[in-house]
Design a protein around this ligand. Structure first.
Ligand code: HSE
Length: 285
């Protein structure tokens, strides 16, 4: 039997749609795998009632098939599904790692990224590596095509999850089909600023670089209370706020020591519009 912990991740970070990702030090899923003649999946924990156990419909089923590694797979969910914290990507990444070890396939973590990406596509409908790459490699990741680069960043974050469910498929439907040159220039500037901030462990640059005028506004419209929560987090000291992944989670970057106040302000912001939420004080890990 092999047991693996899979961290939550936050994709996009505002300006890096489908490219940037960050591994968070909490929450996390735990996956246990045992060899079997055919793959079976048993899901327990946070939101498990919403996750299909049929291998054809679950991210880890596609991973087991891609690695030719049938197994009994038990997933203990710590990451709420459809929250914007890479729940399905975490399971796919952990399954890839655990099955690779169980069957002695000898693949590196980097080689497992596209395999976990296949699993992720089962849920989102498209292959994007910005959750599975940080889940497997840790830190801040930049995934372009099959190339993934990583930075060992140490940035404090708060992730606030409202009790609203938005599927990645639905959130992808509102992404604009194109961009103007002005939007493109703005996005490149912010993305470069964010990357520089990650390399320097500078929360101010990371927060500034999160600002996005292209994808985030369309997705923010799906999240009741987004504007209130953003304003509240900024007033409490956040250096930047954006939608976490496809949402509805909201992510704030900040300086060490400011997380508690920002977390309380974000929960209060959602409460103002009658939405319950839970905030995680976390960091890139
Ligand atoms: N980059 C993806 C999206 C992440 O924003 O749709 C989904 O978890």
């Amino acid at each position: 039997m092999v047991t693996v912990r899979a961290p939550a991740t936050s994709a996009n970070l505002g300006s890096g749609f489908d490219v940037f990702g960050a591994a968070l030090d909490r929450p996390a899923d735990v996956i246990r795998v045992e060899k079997a003649d055919r793959t079976t999946i048993d899901v327990r924990g946070y939101g498990s009632e919403f996750i299909p156990e049929d291998p054809a419909d679950n991210t880890v089923g596609a991973v087991a098939e891609a690695l030719d590694a049938p197994a009994h797979i038990r997933i203990d969910k710590g990451i709420r599904p459809s929250s914007g914290l890479g729940s399905s990507g975490a399971s796919a990444a952990a399954a890839a790692l655990a099955l690779n070890e169980l069957y002695d396939r000898g693949l590196s973590r980097k080689e497992l990224v596209p395999i976990a990406g296949k699993g992720e596509a089962t849920v989102s409908g498209e292959v994007h590596l910005d959750n599975v790459a940080p889940a497997l490699l840790g830190g801040f990741t930049v995934a372009t095509g099959r190339d993934v680069t990583t930075v060992d960043a140490d940035i404090p974050l708060v992730a606030c999850l409202p009790e609203i469910a938005i599927s990645t498929r639905d959130a992808r439907d509102v992404v604009p089909a194109g961009a103007t040159m002005e939007q493109l220039v703005y996005t490149v500037g912010r993305a470069a600023t964010l990357t520089t901030g990650m390399c320097r462990n500078d929360p101010r640059l990371v927060g500034k670089g999160m600002h996005d005028r292209l994808v985030t506004p369309a997705r923010a419209d799906l999240i009741s209370g987004y504007d209130e929560v953003r304003e509240a987090a900024l007033a409490a000291g956040a250096t930047g706020v954006t939608v976490s992944g496809a949402g509805p989670g909201v992510l704030a970057a900040c300086y060490p020591g400011d997380r508690r106040e920002i977390a309380a302000a974000m929960v209060e912001g959602f409460a103002e519009v009658g939405v319950d939420s839970r905030a995680y004080q976390t960091k890139i890990g």
